[in-house]
Design a protein around this ligand. Sequence first.
Ligand code: NIG
Ligand code: FE
Length: 390
Amino acid sequence: MTSTLVTGIGELVTNDPAAGDGSPLGLVRDAAVVVADGRVAWVGPAARAPDADTRRDLGGRALIPGFVDSHSHLVFAGDRAAEFAARMSGTPYDGGGIATSVRATREASEAELRALVAARVAEMRAQGTTTVEIKGGYGLTVEDELRALRIAGEVTPETTFLGAHVVPAEYADRRADYVDLVTGAMLTACAPHARWVDVFCEPHSAHAFTEDEARAVLVAGRDAGLGLRVHGNQLGHGPGVQLAVELGAASVDHCTYLSDADVEALAAAADTTVATLLPGVEFSTRSPYPDGRRLLDAGVSLALATDCNPGTCYSSSMPFVVALAVREMHLTPAEALQAATLGSARSLRREDIGRIAPGCRADLTVLEAPSYLHLVYRAGVPLARALDLA
Ligand code: NIG
Ligand code: FE
């Protein structure tokens, strides 16, 4: 076992209040971290650092927990740039374009899809993301969803079965048959390759699933041993948030339109259900941003993620998401960074990521800057990258 002493950390964000200055970010100045066997072995002021086999000097740069991107749809072929352009000129998003990506994804070979996913994960890592959750959802047949999950499972343990993304064209006149397929043969084939099940619950889209359909999908997934995630309240007020809370989902994502009752339900369920905000989606669909400040003040457990997908947000950048959350959702830079690391780790029910503390995975992101504040202060500048210690 080789250990590495990382020194020259001008500012360390631990997300461990006990370890640092007592703030939620647990800041340590002039810090050092010892990594052994892929895990954090020691954290503290450089002056008290123990010895290690090798050393790495970061020259005063800031070090933060690697970003946890807890919501993405990376297994797709093609893009929908023209649809994006139309939206920027006022065309609303309704989920109909998903069919375009389903066609392109079905037509792609397994090798092509694998290469596309690998390139997207590398693009994320180059921007500081060290964990990514990946959903299927652009196959919508048993074979194509299974293929998507197998490819996703090669790059992350956080794989999500999303057979209930939309009702595919061939089932347009027999929705109930498609829900039966998703909760039957498709789930049986996919469950061994997935940790989570998700559903696009959205009464404002003819392509997505109603409350009853979504409940059937989630209950079947839970019975098959999967954890629950929900796409909810994206296009308008709806049942997604309440359904997620009712079923004890780990996360309800989007939360663009929330009633007072939704906020109350999320606050009451904060130990169980995380609200994952996806500001890149509001950016890319010209939608109003949800009020993250209101959610935090109400006691809701908050996460941030990209939702990287060809329709509503073709951005893999967690720094972009953090900057949007500060500017448009009224989070402080510290709150946004914590939501994009510790908060999103919680939404995946992971204790070993999202923090820099002894025993955690050594998922470290270095900034080309002296402080985490520069992530927002210098928005758009490529400051963050995952630290490779090997
Ligand atoms: O999370 N809303 C549903 N699914 C994706 C968009 C998928 C697409 O448009 O291709 C989302 O926004
Ligand atoms: Fe999504």
